[in-house]
Design a protein around this ligand. Structure first.
Ligand code: HEC
Length: 120
């Protein structure tokens, strides 16, 4: 086996081992990296970016009574197309060009975990 083939085999092995177990952890990582500066590490809408000049408060994902009004498709749509797509604040950026379909789906699942709620 060439050195390249061995390296590739190791890489594939590592990928297979981590994918299933890291799915939930990965959603948190993506959230912490891209969303937490506004929505807060705890998802409570109190991110480090949010000061008195912030025209619209980022959604607090921990409030079940608000988040259960949204379907998973609503949440997915806003993440991909941004706040302006549903006549909400453009301060919520569109992420469709940055994040993969899988990452967006994982974020919807993560937001459902934060609110501990489902669409009503
Ligand atoms: C630059 C700040 C900022 C960042 C970064 C940001 N958001 Fe937002 N987000 C907002 C604001 C502000 C709103 C509220 C919009 C409104 O209510 O008019 C919002 C609203 C939302 C909503 C809509 C909630 C509802 O009312 O239906 C979802 C879902 C959401 N954000 C998810 C995310 C996710 C997931 C990420 C990371 C990939 C993210 N946001 C990153 C600022 C941000």
């Amino acid at each position: 086996m060439s050195r390249y083939a061995i390296t590739a085999a190791i890489a594939i092995n590592l990928a297979l081992c981590t994918v299933s177990s890291a799915y939930a952890a990965e959603a948190k990582q993506v959230f912490d990296f891209y969303c937490a500066q506004c929505h807060g590490v705890k998802g409570d809408g109190k991110g480090i970016n949010v000061g008195p000049d912030f025209a619209t408060d980022p959604r607090n994902f921990t409030l079940a009574k608000d988040m259960e009004k949204r379907t998973d498709a609503d949440i997915k749509g806003v993440i991909k197309d941004g706040g302006h797509s549903i006549s909400k604040s453009p301060l919520m950026p569109p992420w469709g060009a940055t994040l993969s379909e899988e990452e967006v789906d994982a974020l919807v699942g993560y937001i459902r975990k934060l609110c501990q709620c489902k669409a009503k």
